[in-house]
Design a protein around this ligand. Structure first.
Ligand code: MTE
Length: 332
């Protein structure tokens, strides 16, 4: 991310070649909109037409991870879901290489079974959770979220998981716990770039406690109705749709509750470019490029228009109160 953006030689298909994912999205949203009465007739019929116009999704061949419908406000967008193939072949997962195509090529050697996550630090109930126990902790929900990368591209993905707050409540943080740190796997045997100097390993991310407790913060086990592909952070990752993608740590092995702001991997690599908060903010440029617009993956081609990036990636109504009174230019 720091190093290069589009030098991978990875070819995007034309938008006309992409198999749309979203017949179920369209139906689901239509049903949801109708159930909540949130949509006007015009919107509903638009969604209905979209549903009819799109062919069925083409997920991969991984184990199913069925999620019920999300009850979380802000979890659904009417935008077209990114093609599964693109979402699983254009990735940032530097442990497997810095080229967007590397994780898709190299991550098959990641061993995800058995897997456990040590939850520790300032909590009353520290515990090593097996993946199976984590999966059982709360019902899985499907949440359609935008993910906006700091590099200026975005995707729309149906993630499967539950709010991280479910786990946090279970482990009973102490009053002194102000931050949550996520440590991800750093296994030099299976991850060819661990040991390289591109980042300090393991990859570490962090959130303030109130951010971590926000219902949109998703502890994620799957996407497109299946378990996570390795390149997307199997078997468990975070997805924080209002923050730049790098805040969403992949293949998490440790969740620590602390009283100090965690030093995160990208902040250590370039503090002037990647702050602790990293909220999607079109008004605050990256020192080397504008953040005002973005390219939606799958919408390429000569005449494809860049989209305007939305404040908090479009989740402003849900999350803005977390940052009330803060100078977001300084605390970027
Ligand atoms: N997690 C780990 N462990 N290592 C990484 O290099 N890259 C981050 C984030 N999580 C990264 C990571 C970045 S920069 C982005 S944009 C997202 O993962 C990409 O997630 P995706 O490949 O599912 O789109």
């Amino acid at each position: 991310m720091l190093i290069k953006t589009n030098t991978s030689g990875f070819d995007h298909p034309n938008s006309s070649e992409i198999t749309p994912q979203a017949i179920y999205q369209g139906r689901r949203e239509l049903i949801k909109l109708m159930a909540t009465g949130a949509a006007g007739a015009a919107l509903a019929s638009w969604a209905g037409r979209q549903a009819l116009a799109q062919t069925p999704p083409k997920p991969g061949k991984l184990a199913a991870l069925p999620g019920g419908k999300s009850a979380v406000v802000g979890a659904v967008t009417l935008e077209k879901i990114t093609d599964y193939k693109l979402a699983t072949s254009y990735n940032n997962f530097y442990e497997f290489g810095t080229d967007k195509a590397d994780p898709g090529k190299n991550a098959h050697i990641l061993v995800t079974k058995p897997w456990s996550v040590a939850v520790e630090g300032l909590v009353r109930q520290p515990k090593i959770w097996t993946l199976e126990d984590l999966l059982k902790l709360s019902p899985q929900e499907e949440r359609i979220y935008r993910l906006r990368c700091v590099e200026g591209w975005s995707m729309v993905i149906p993630w499967v998981g539950y709010s991280l707050s479910e786990l946090i409540k279970k482990v009973e943080p102490l009053g002194s716990a102000k931050y949550v740190e996520f440590v991800t796997l750093a296994d030099p045997k299976t991850m060819p770039y661990v040991g390289s100097r591109v980042l300090e390993w393991p990859y570490v991310e962090g959130l303030r406690m109130d951010e971590a407790m926000h219902p949109l913060a998703l502890l994620t086990f799957g996407m497109y109705g299946e378990v996570l592909p390795n390149q997307n952070g199997a078997p468990v990752r975070m997805v924080l749709p209002w923050k730049y993608g790098f805040k969403s740590g992949k293949s998490i092995v440790n969740i620590r509750f602390t009283d100090k702001e965690p030093r995160t991997a990208w902040n250590k690599a370039a503090a002037s470019e990647y702050g602790f908060y990293s909220n999607v903010n079109p008004a605050v440029d990256h020192p080397r490029w504008s953040q005002a617009t973005e390219r939606r993956i799958g919408e390429d081609g000569l005449f494809a228009k860049r989209r305007k990036t939305l404040m908090f990636n479009g989740y402003e109504a849900q999350v803005a109160q977390l940052y009330a009174g803060m100078d977001l230019k300084k605390l970027f």
